[in-house]
Design a protein around this ligand. Sequence first.
Ligand code: FES
Length: 101
Amino acid sequence: MPLRVRKSDIKVGEKKVFKDGEKEILVIYLGGNKFIAVNNKCPHLGCKLDKTGVIIREELICQCHFTHFSLSTGEPRKGATKKQLIIYKVNDKGDEIEVET
Ligand code: FES
């Protein structure tokens, strides 16, 4: 079942964890209508990206071992792993977003 998040629950530039059963989904709000949802677990060694992740331009950088992931595709661009960061599709539902987990 998709996860629903109220847009007003998250501020511009903020990243926040939402639980979806066992999964932790990290929702990042970049402003405008740009919401990004990723798995909160770094695919390298599992650091929690709400604590270790920093967003710089179009990348999410896990500071555990400094892997840079593309925020649009999840592709690791440089760093410690070749594993892809899981990115979930986000649908605009007016006052809410729907994350396809
Ligand atoms: S756990 Fe994220 S880069 Fe190693």
